[in-house]
Design a protein around this ligand. Sequence first.
Ligand code: HEM
Ligand SMILES: *[C@@H]1O[C@H](CO)[C@@H](O)[C@H](O)[C@H]1NC(C)=O
Ligand SMILES: *[C@@H]1O[C@H](CO)[C@@H](O)[C@H](O)[C@H]1NC(C)=O
Length: 504
Amino acid sequence: MPAVRGRGWRSDDDALPAQPPLSSGNYLAEMAIFGAPALVALALVFGLVWLRSRSSSKEMRDIPGTMGWPVIGETVSFISDFSSPAGILSFMRDRQKRFGKVFKTYVLGRITVFMTGREAAKILLSGKDGVVSLNLFYTGKQVLGPTSLLTTNGEEHKKLRRLIGEPLSIDALKKYFDFINELAVQTLDTWHGRRVLVLEEASSFTLKVIANMLISLEPEGEEQQKFRANFKVISSSFASLPLKLPGTAFHRGLKARNRMYEMLDSVIARRREGGEVRNDFLQTLLGKHAKDGSADDTADKLTDSQLKDNILTLLVAGHDTTTAGLTWLIKFLGENPEVLEKLREEHLEIKEKLNGTAHLRWSDVSNMPYTNKVMNETLRRATILPWFSRKAAQDFSIDGYEIKKGTSVNLDVVSIHHDPAVFADPERFDPDRFEQTFKPYSFLGFGSGPRMCPGMSLARLEICVFIHHLVCRYSWKPLEDDSSVQPTLVRMPKNKYPIIATTL
Ligand code: HEM
Ligand SMILES: *[C@@H]1O[C@H](CO)[C@@H](O)[C@H](O)[C@H]1NC(C)=O
Ligand SMILES: *[C@@H]1O[C@H](CO)[C@@H](O)[C@H](O)[C@H]1NC(C)=O
């Protein structure tokens, strides 16, 4: 994830190793931690912002919390907690103990109010009365474009959701099943007896799946390579400094975006000429397309720029998250042999019913109850998006505090997912806790409300299929015992979870 680049994250955007890890994608970019070369500039920017927010923080005077040190605020303890195995939980706990469920702090260059609890989640996520809008960094907005699902609000957002959500619904995904199934088998074919970096394998698998789903990109070959390289640069530019100077990550990101859009333009042109018809996301939306490219505002039309902005948005929002989800799940299985055994039973049973044919069927995927619990527990325990970022679109009050229009507010999801009153012994990885259903806003692995993840079914499908083939075929051992976490907004194991796998 591009988002937070700090310790251990080297920006090698220009190099193209055989399998570059695509760590990127902080689409809710709230954080920006930069490499050493940018530190001076960063200090300046933070300093200015700090001075400004000091003077404008009168409105927030009544909200408890400390601003920490001049310029850096509480960034240092925030980041060090962030990349620890437990994540920002201790940062949050410490302040919640002192100040309550709503507190302000100054991290990563801006003054931010954190809130937690189901009531806060309801206010921030239900979308009632439009009290909040999504809060994206300037650079993220520029890269994704003005008509992205992530940069629009209100009615415009609703319309885009309707159009984009349909080809991502479970029924519409059926046609990608064979591709996903075969790619999972192929990816795993090479695993026996060698050192495997699970995160890199997951990254390459999920990118090929989503690129195929969106524009029918072939999983191998030059186009895939170029696509991957461009995407990687775009991702790394996400939370970069907003300087459009040649050589900066932001500048490179915008250029890579232009290359990506050129490629999409030529795919769109070929489809229009009728030379190429494919059964994918793009085709579905082209069918509903305003052909003259004008900003026709009728209900079911998208312009070319809306199409391109949102294809990029799905990539950015869907790639790292699914990569992280799959990697954490495999790691948790490795650490919890009883869970792995139970999961394997479920999958061997499915396999037996197939009488030895290698082909998992579409209908099997809807019949994996334990796998779904394991997935939910993974998303709870790992909380790969540790907070959701919003901006107050109007004044509102919460827990007795007035939040003024324009304030950055973050929902602290980690604390919600580790509330011992809801999830007993929260540090334990225990999929069986999902035998019960929870009250609304207790489990937010895919969010909730009008901005709930539209890619949920795709992510679940990819993970179910991959895990099926993995546990039926291999046992594995981790090669390192390091539980640090990458300092990126999408939480991932820093060592990419190296394992050695053996055929069962
Ligand atoms: C395990 C994988 C995934 C996880 C854990 C995940 C999680 C989330 C969460 C928590 C949100 C809501 C954030 C908020 O309220 O601020 C979200 C939004 C979103 N996700 Fe996912 N996601 C995953 C996979 C995907 C995939 C595969 C796609 C694309 C096909 C995708 C596309 C999006 C988009 C476009 C949004 C923004 C929706 C909007 O603002 O209306 N996600 N995701
Ligand atoms: C497997 O074999 C059983 C019994 O011969 C049969 O009823 C079942 O339909 C077969 N399943 C598949 C997937 O071919
Ligand atoms: C997993 O969580 C989702 C909400 O994101 C919920 O709809 C689903 O029922 C849960 N599945 C299980 C097996 O608990």
